[in-house]
Design a protein around this ligand. Structure first.
Ligand code: CP3
Length: 349
């Protein structure tokens, strides 16, 4: 691991950039940095199902540390999955390799919503153990805890698995507004419990993933989704950790994504960061936004695009360098190490 720039995670460049405070250099981490781009991950995961790995503190700890050791990134992201709180509560979900979460009995009626089991915080002992162990191992490097936002979780529950249009989800939202609101409320409680447990065990920042919110109009997002995402953040009470809020294709929603309670708005690759900064307004930092596909291109292109993102990120109150979405499985991990080093070099005082 490279020498940390600060003595404590609470004073790390990640936390400082998230709060808009001066940094020693722009902090870098990558969504999906732990995972299939790393041979050491594939080796460790061999023979263990994804959702079993997510409940094993030894595996969680080792997989979370792998990209920090290898790339020298400025933060670890807790190895888990957005559907895990539902799985722990007893919902029958499997993560199919190359597909994603698949739900045995999708939520299609009001009765299905009411039958969803609640998450009992007492079931999260493994989570607390893993976070405590990780925080001990990470030293001054901050651990980012995360959860899925209610809307994105609802898309999986209603569609039964991954989908492009999320048409069933929207149809349910329009046809059954009360059940929709109850569903999102239940999901906000379980995501909030999941986040709170990670913060209480020592996570230094949190990210709420609303990956698929970009399929909504601003009006529907504001009225039918945002209050539930805000409830997840509100569930953190006075816990003093920066809050990152991310979705894909959210150019038209950016001011609202900030309003839900974020210190940092995550931006995908579609919008330059200087334009995103204008839309989000002065009180929040930005995270992003290199197109993950750029990492599959030649080195010259990678360097040019990294420089562009770093330059445009200067328009923000604070900038956390990241991709615009997760690392693609085919990415050469050496390129991730190179990008980390380049951002550090370009931004060191
Ligand atoms: O490095 C990290 O970011 C750590 C952990 C992490 C995973 N999932 C591990 C994982 C995080 C933060 C997530 C969040 C997640 N899970 C999101 C939000 C982020 C995003 O990408 O938008 C979503 C939508 C999910 C649901 C999900 N789980 C999908 C779409 C997939 C991919 C399916 C595939 O195989 O392509 C998963 C599985 C998953 N989650 C894997 C990993 C490492 C791959 C499973 C494996 O390695 O066998």
């Amino acid at each position: 691991m490279s020498a940390p720039a600060s003595a404590s995670p609470a004073d790390s460049d990640l936390v400082r950039a998230a709060r808009g405070l001066p940094v020693s250099r722009t902090p870098v981490w990558f969504m999906r940095q732990a995972g299939r781009s790393l041979p050491e991950y594939r080796e460790l995961r061999a023979g263990t199902k994804m959702l079993d790995a997510c409940q094993d503190p030894d595996l969680i700890t080792e997989i979370t540390l792998q990209p920090v050791r290898r790339h020298g990134v400025d933060a670890a992201i807790f190895f888990s999955d957005i559907v895990l709180p539902l799985v722990v509560a007893g919902v029958d979900i499997e993560i199919k390799p190359g597909i994603g979460p698949v739900i045995a009995d999708p939520v299609r009626s009001v009765a299905d919503v009411d039958a969803l089991p609640d998450l009992d915080p007492a079931q999260l002992g493994f989570l607390e153990t893993a976070v405590r162990r990780l925080v001990g191992e990470l030293g001054a490097t901050p651990l980012i805890g995360f959860a899925g936002a209610p809307f994105t979780l609802a898309t999986y529950l209603i569609e039964g698995g991954p989908s492009k249009e999320h048409a069933r989800t929207k149809a349910f939202m329009y046809a059954e507004p009360e059940a929709w609101s109850r569903l999102l409320q239940k999901l906000s409680v379980s995501s909030s419990t999941f986040l709170r447990t990670q913060v209480d065990a020592g996570a230094s920042a949190v990210q709420l993933f609303d990956s698929w919110a970009g399929v909504l109009s601003a009006v529907d997002y504001a009225e039918r989704v945002l209050p539930h995402s805000r409830a997840v953040f509100d569930g953190l009470g006075g816990r003093d950790v920066p809050r990152i809020h991310f979705g894909v294709g959210t150019g038209e929603l950016l001011p609202l994504i900030g309003d839900a309670g974020a210190d940092v708005v995550g931006v995908d690759w579609r919008l330059p960061l200087d334009e995103a900064a204008r839309r989000v307004g002065p009180g929040r930092s930005l995270q992003g936004n290199l197109d993950p596909a750029v990492l599959l291109a030649d080195r010259e292109t990678v360097d040019r695009e990294v420089r562009r993102v770093v330059e445009q990120g200067k328009a923000a109150r604070g900038h956390v360098f990241n991709l615009g979405h997760g690392v693609l499985p085919d990415t050469d991990p050496g390129v991730l190490t190179h990008v980390t080093e380049l951002v550090h070099e370009l931004t060191s005082a």
